[in-house]
Write a protein that binds this ligand. Structure first.
Ligand code: 26V
Length: 813
């Protein structure tokens, strides 16, 4: 690496000169960022090559994590941290008149994901490399990532995220590893002269999957794994053939555009499965390039095909890449000549699947017609998998048509991706204890009965390297001073902080660090949003995708209620609070966009009313992204995790906020349940219906939101402000639909039902926050127990219980 500051400065200045023709004086911050990135990439390359060689030499089993999303965010800071050169670089740049944090700001966020599922994949890659495990990501190189959100008159506007407009310094294009992917055409079974059957595929469209590799640097070790992002390009022969056939340049350009559009953009809707043809093309494009590339690497080992599943694990992140199953069957049978049984055994033994949601509207199914037209050979294989599966069910449940129809992979004119994923894999896991229990007892009950040993839990985790050491350096430093640095390699050691529970000096330090972070955020909010906030107020943080079930509306209505209390009763005061929201709504999600509009309206009213604005402020941070999260989380006092119980599979924001000393106000949902179990009643604010109660209400239909509206005066008054003249409605009917959703259409997410309990929990927080020292103790207890939620722990469990892999011994871990 760099032998010291001077060595770095020299190398950096040289790089500015040779790469960009600049020096420290003439370089812009973007220039400096690019030069630094390229310099680091050189350093990374040595270990990258070595890691690959070691894996091959040792014949380590390779894990390929297939995901349509990798929400990696910025890489400069985390790479410097993991390479252990942060200080040298920071000081060297300072000598040259440059600020590292300013350069970090110049990197575009790689927003190649929607939310939790994509960010989890990014944390997992960090842990795999840090633990020295041979695990790589396979994803798509979307030209446009998650849209850029702007608020115009309080309404969300989506702008394209052209993140590649500026060079992405970390990627390496590898054209020599290109893979051919086929769509459409006709498949006919043909018997050869020896009587064996093969499948002749004609008139297909062929395109090239070109990999762009991004190094994944382990923390303080020699491991560099790969995130391989595939990009769609037209294949030369296909273009020539098509162009000469049609003799029409216009057609040719259209054709070319339609092919490359496959990796043009990320689908921004994570709540509704729409059955769009382009999305299915994206999924198969990822799957086919990934499977073929994994098989190619396996071939290089020169081992018999029968050892494939000892050497290769293919993990599917939700059902989006579930076509891995028929694609691997296709390659093993049609290209490698295996028979069905052998191919099936290898496929099942290699593939494992994680489920991330039980929301029925997000479950993928594809119309038969579409799959058949776009992927004729894959469709034939799916039909055969289904036939064999249904026959085996028939043996166990003879005559039970209903059961067989409900478990079938192909039924009702659709291909059901979750069924395919369960049947074709050896492991199915949920992402938190409660979620896994719900899968076993309800959503996937019949499958669980048939294959009980296939189901298991892997509670999610987050990387404390990005979310504490990088995002909150002062806190990380103070923890190390207090308990030493064991926690860095083994986050479980954060528990040692419990010894400091009565150490007033340490508790003061925790308070001061939080306070400083809050002041930094106040300055940033002032600068970017023009809003003045009180750093002494409670920072109450609700940051996640906007969804009905996540209940931002509950928080918003509660703020309206507090506002009314202060206005109606001049002697009523609250512990000052700043309510932060950040959330993107799917572009077609009408209800979610209305909630954003409501929050913005509330902010306008509250922040500009001198009767209340010394006690509360509301801030909607636009364009929520990984870097926004990194800024706000270290400053949070209260973490809003208020989903309707049973709906949030796990949550991971809850873990990041806990790690940074925020206290959770939450329902008993997802991983909140496990947080509660660890910290105990006194250190979390739980409220609301339990998941059993919700499931029971859903079943017996006994809930009446109208009845709650009629009996609770506070709720009635607040809701009426949405439809009658009020500071919020201003006499217009913009919020009418929200009112009707809650009152007339029976409040799908039980907002009114949980309101009273939520308000009471918020009041407890206001009271408890006043006892400053005691609050710091609660905060410390949360930090101390957050080691359980390290993604290192999660990945260790995947490694031993699902993938059965161990670290490469020859690499320093
Ligand atoms: C679903 C769909 C459906 C159709 C088209 C596009 C699309 C894109 C993404 C998704 C994913 C929804 C599932 C999801 O993000 N689940 C979240 O996973 C987190 C990591 O396990 C977990 O913490 C959250 O609770 C869960 O909501």
């Amino acid at each position: 690496m760099f032998s010291g500051k001077e060595d770095f400065k020299q190398a950096f200045s040289e790089r500015l000169e040779t790469k960009l023709g600049k020096n420290a004086k003439t370089a812009t911050e973007v220039d400096a960022y690019r030069a630094l990135g390229s310099l680091l990439q050189d350093k990374i390359n040595k270990n990258w090559l070595r890691t690959d060689q070691e894996y091959k030499k040792n014949q380590n089993k390779q894990v390929y994590y297939f995901s349509m999303e990798f929400l990696i965010g910025r890489l400069l800071g985390s790479n410097l941290l993991n390479m252990q050169v942060l200080k040298v670089v920071e000081e060297g740049l300072r000598d040259l008149g440059l600020s590292l944090s300013a350069l970090e700001e110049k990197e575009n966020d790689a927003g190649l994901g929607n939310g939790g599922l994509g960010r989890l994949a990014a944390c997992f890659l960090d842990s795999l490399a840090t633990l020295g495990l041979a695990g790589h990501g396979y994803g798509l190189r979307y030209k446009y990532g998650m849209f850029h959100q702007q608020l115009v008159d309080g309404s969300q506007l989506e702008l394209p995220d052209n993140w590649l407009a500026q060079e992405f310094v970390w990627e390496v294009r590898r054209p020599e590893e290109t893979i051919e992917v086929r769509f459409g055409g006709k498949v006919s079974p043909i018997k050869d002269s020896l009587g064996s059957l093969y499948f002749d595929h004609r008139d297909y469209e062929q395109l090239q999957a070109v990999p762009y590799d991004v190094p994944v640097v382990g923390y303080n070790n020699e491991t560099v794994n790969t995130l391989r992002l595939w990009s769609a390009e037209p294949s030369a022969e296909d273009i020539i053939a098509k162009a000469s056939l049609k003799d029409d340049f216009g057609n040719f350009l259209d054709h070319r555009r339609s092919l490359t559009s496959i990796t043009e953009f990320l689908y921004p809707d994570d709540s509704n499965e729409e059955g769009k043809e382009l999305r299915l093309k994206q999924e198969y494009f990822l799957v086919s390039s990934g499977v073929q590339s994994a098989v190619r690497s396996f071939d290089e080992l020169g081992l018999p095909l029968s050892t494939f599943s000892n050497q290769v694990a293919l993990h599917i992140n939700d059902t989006h890449p579930a076509l891995v199953i028929p694609e691997l069957m296709r390659v093993l049978m049609d290209e490698k000549g295996l028979g069905w049984e052998k191919a099936w055994d290898l496929t099942q033994a290699s593939v494992s699947y994680t489920n991330h949601t039980t929301l029925s509207e997000a479950l993928e199914s594809w119309p038969i017609e579409l799959v058949q037209r776009l992927l004729p050979r894959i469709f034939m294989i799916i039909v055969e998998i289904n036939e064999r599966f249904c026959q085996s069910l028939w043996k166990t449940y003879p005559g039970d048509f209903d059961r067989i129809a409900s478990l079938a992979i192909v039924a009702d004119g659709q291909v059901k991706m979750a069924h395919l994923a369960i049947v074709g894999s050896h492991s199915v896991n949920g992402v938190a204890q409660l979620h896994t229990e719900i899968l076993k007892k309800r959503e996937m009950k019949s499958f669980y009965k048939s294959f009980p040993s296939r189901f298991n839990n892997k509670t999610n985790g987050i990387t404390h390297r990005r979310w504490l050491m990088h995002a909150n350096e002062p806190l990380a430093k103070s923890i190390t001073e207090a308990i030493g640095n064991d926690w860095i390699e083994q986050p479980g050691h954060l528990q040692d902080l419990l010894q400091k529970k009565n150490d007033n000096a340490f508790l003061d330090q925790l308070y001061d660090i939080k306070q400083q972070n809050k002041e930094d955020v106040a300055a940033w909010v002032k600068q970017t949003e023009g809003i003045t906030i009180d750093p002494l107020s409670i920072y109450d943080v609700h940051i996640k995708r906007l969804h009905g079930y996540k209940r931002q509306l509950l928080n918003a209505l509660h703020i309206m209620y507090l506002y009314n209390q202060i206005k109606l009763n001049r002697s009523f005061t609250i512990q000052p609070r700043t309510f932060f929201f950040a959330a993107k709504a799917a572009p077609s999600y009408y209800f979610a966009k209305k909630v954003i509009k409501l929050i913005d309206t509330i902010a306008g009213v509250v922040n500009n009313d001198p009767d209340v604005n010394d006690q509360m402020k509301v801030v909607f941070l636009p364009n929520y992204s990984v870097s926004t999260a990194e800024r706000i989380i270290p400053a949070a006092n209260v973490s809003e995790q208020i989903s309707l119980a049973s709906k949030e599979a796990s949550g991971t924001g809850n873990m990041k906020l806990m790690l940074n000393g925020a206290l959770t106000i939450g329902t008993m949902d997802g991983a909140n349940v496990e947080i509660h179990e660890l910290v105990g009643d006194d250190n979390i604010y739980t409220f609301g219906l339990s998941s059993e109660e919700v499931l029971e209400y859903d079943h017996n239909k006994l809930y009446s939101s109208q009845a709650v509206y009629e009996t609770d005066e506070r709720i009635r008054h607040t809701l009426n402000q949405l439809i009658h003249y009020s500071p919020f409605s201003k006499g217009e009917n913009v919020f009418e639909e929200l009112y009707h959703h809650l009152v007339t259409h029976n409040d799908e997410f039980f907002v009114l039902k949980d309101f009273a309990d939520y308000a009471a929990a918020q009041q407890r927080i206001s009271q408890d926050y006043q006892a400053k020292r005691q609050w710091s103790v609660k905060s410390l207890i949360n930090i101390a127990h957050s080691g359980t939620f390290s993604s290192d722990r999660t990945i260790q469990q995947y490694a031993t219980e699902i993938w059965r892999i161990q670290p490469a011994k020859t690499l320093k871990v």
